[in-house]
Every structure is written in structure tokens, then in C-alpha cells.
Design a binder for this molecule. Sequence first.
Ligand code: SF4
Length: 415
Amino acid sequence: MTKQQYDGYKAVFTKKDKNKTILIPWFTDFLSPLIPAVAKVAGYNFVNCPKTSKQSAEMGLKYGHNEVCYPATLVLGDLIAEIKRGHYNIEDLAVAITQTGGQCRATNYLSFIKTGLKNAGYGQIPVISVAIGGIHQNEQPGFKLPIFRILHLVINAFLFGDSLNQIFAAAVARQRNKGQAELIFDKYMQQASELIEKREHKKLLTLLADAVDDFERIDIVEGKHFEKIGLIGEIFVKYNNYGQANITRWLREQGYEVVVPPMIHFFTQSFINSKVNAKNGLNRMNRIQKVLLPFFQRIFDKKMAKYQAILEKSKFHTPHKSVFEIAEYAKEIIDLSNQFGEGWLIAGDIANFSREGINRVVCVQPFGCIANHIVAKGIERRIKEFYPDMNLLFLDIDGGMAEVNLQNRLKFLIN
Ligand code: SF4
């Protein structure tokens, strides 16, 4: 092999690139369709890649390397597969990924995507890091999120998506006519996206109430008990159907309702984390943060209460706790300074499921995800002390994993 000097990634998203099409990888059915609408309000033309598929995994492995986390492989593969389909003029294209940072391999996603694009011959495509707060390790003078313009839209998009997904998950497990719940779900995601684009996010509450009514009317299997199974773990593999090897679909086919924690908790845990870190001397909150944090928290609590009030009218409703209650449950099991990967949320979610009478929980994590191994498997014994009826199944997922192997392990949990 000849040695080549690394000369960096030259393509930078500048101000003149603002009108470019910005491709984003598919994340999850109950949030991804809303992202382009929010981006449009922010002044950018985001376009979703098609849903993650086998081709994404193959492309990710071909142009990336297999020492990176499985979600990163799929994200890269989504982007390259879509670029290769040839629907876009490369010169008018940029790509964007979210940057959650963190103490793990998540910090390398940007450079991984850039290297992968370069390997595939697309090194001229600028890569944008989408993050609220600081952008690390990326030059992107043409991209800036107008936080105050989109904040309400973002919060409402998350709350709407989580709420719709929750009643959908219960309805789809019980529907008599296959496809009925899916049609309602798609219809309301589409309408939500249109409202967000028009900045009419206040109407999302009425839209959710309509969705609750529609789900109420579907024909369901009567007289059968549908047991609930909790699904927790790493954010991408938990919420992305292909990423989780279609575990949710398989469990539904076996007659179970799969319950996932709301995604918004992943982001609102920072209300708690920042206080814990300040108390532990790990960071300092400046005066602005001290004022803004409770302010955002209040906005958020008020909004969440409105969504919950609508959900409570549904026969499919499973109550969600606030992230503060989840933190209280987690505190008994693990210190809240454990914030790697999904951090203490895993302990809190398991405890919450147990308190809700859900005693079978699947925890999915990408193969080699040390962050989630430590906070998930590491607490198993302690969980058993507090919640002896809890049955936990930990599943590692990567590109080489056959779905049937996972299903065999799931059979032990459900039998
Ligand atoms: S949480 Fe796990 S899977 Fe996600 S980036 Fe970190 S190490 Fe990778």
C-alpha cells in the first residue's frame, strides 16, 4: 500500500451554498418526516434519504470502516446510497448529520462521514454538523440555526412525534385490518409537516386530538390481552427500524405491544445533567445558563402537559413520566453523573417500566458500544435487587447480525 499524506476535507459549506439541497440520513418514522419542514423555516432545503435499508448497511461498510459504531455505518450508507441513485447534481448538494457529541465514538462521526464520502469519490460535497449549541471540529460559515425562530417548532415536532408514535404503537398491535393504523399514522405525520412548514405549530395540538379520534375508530381485536414489552437502548438502533433489525415489527407479529420511551427525554435530560455536572464540579453554569435553563424547562413542561392531556383521552394511552421523575427512579440505581451513551436514562426507563407493570424489557445497543454496555449491562444486578420481577434481554446489533438470531433470543424472553 502506498502512503498518502492526509490533506483534510476541502469542501466547506459557505454562504453561497445556502440554496443547495442538503441530504440528511433517515432517522426514525416519527421524527424524520418533520425535519425538512423545520429546516425550511430555518431557511434550508433539507431532504430525507429513503428509509434505512440493507443497501445502506452495504454502502456504509464499503466506504467506511467496520471499527466504527453501527449507527455511523448506516448513516454514511444512507447518504452514499442516495447520492449514487443519481437524483441530484453533485455540485448543488451538501449533506448534514446531527452531532450529539458525547464522550464516545460519537465525536468521530463527522470525520468518519467525510472520509467515507471521499472514499466514494464525493469529497467535493460539504458536510454540515447540525447541533444546538457549539459546533465542534467543523467549518460551516454558511450554516447557522436561527434558534429562537425554530425552537417552538422543534419542541412541538418532538412532542407531536412522540405522542403520535405512542398511540400508534398500541393501535397497530391491536388492529384487526392490517395497514389501518399505518395509514392514519402517515396521514397525520404528513399534516403535521405541513403545519410546521407554515409555522402553525399551535395547531398540532388540535391535529393530535383528531389523530386520537381516528385511532379510536379503528377496528381492533377484542377480548385479547396484549402484553407490553419495553424497548430501550441506544437512540439510533432503538428508533430506526432497520437499525434495530426490525425487532419491533417481529414482536408485534407475535402479539405484543412494544413500548418505547419518548425520544424527547434524550434531549431534556440535559436539564438534569447540567445541574449534576455543575454540582460535581465538572462544568460551570454561567449566569445566562442559570436563567435560561429554568425558562426553557418551564416552556417545555407547559407544552408537554398540553400534549399529555390530549393523549389521556385515548384508550391506547400509556402514561409517560417526566424526565425528572425518570431521574428520581434512576438515582436509586445509578449515580446521575453516568451520562455516557444513554446514561442514567436506561436505569430510569427500566425502573419506570417496572412501576408500570411492564416486566419484559429489551435493551438494544450497537455492537461494541461501550457507553451503553456500561450503563445497561452494568446495572443488571442492581435492577434485579430493586425490581426482582424484571426480565431484561440485552441485544448487540451490527451489520453482520442475522435477524433470525435476534428473534431466537427474543423467543427466550417472550416464552
Ligand atoms: S453511544 Fe455507542 S453507538 Fe452511539 S456513538 Fe457512542 S459508542 Fe457509538
